[in-house]
Design a protein around this ligand. Sequence first.
Ligand SMILES: [Zn+2]
Ligand SMILES: [Zn+2]
Length: 139
Amino acid sequence: MHEGRCFCGQVQFQVSGDPVAMGYCHCDSCRQWSAGPLNAFTLWTPDALRITRGAESIGSYHKTPNSYRKWCTQCGGHLFTEHPGLGLTDVYAALLPTLQFRPAVHVHYQEAVLRIHDGQPKMRDLPGQMGGSGETLAE
Ligand SMILES: [Zn+2]
Ligand SMILES: [Zn+2]
């Protein structure tokens, strides 16, 4: 069990069990949404996530039906992104301080603006089982 909260603490949540996957996304959407050079993600099945406080303060925006991005309407802090098509929810790694973050894959590396030399696979877009090409790129 790991507990997380938004920037101000109005919204609090728990995830239980182990994430399905952990890594970094380099896509344009993640970079624009996060205002950072990449997004450190941890993916969970939706039932692993439970909101324990402040559910009424969760805002939602979706530019595409693939990603519903959630944030705290009080502080603006980002919380997680639901991916209905994948049946997974990305809880941002930065919000889970007790989870040992072990990134094992980079996705959408063709869009990277910050190259990472960590020896982990660099997927051009997404792994095949997630509907991508499954191709890898050089670091
Ligand atoms: Zn907040
Ligand atoms: Zn992304």
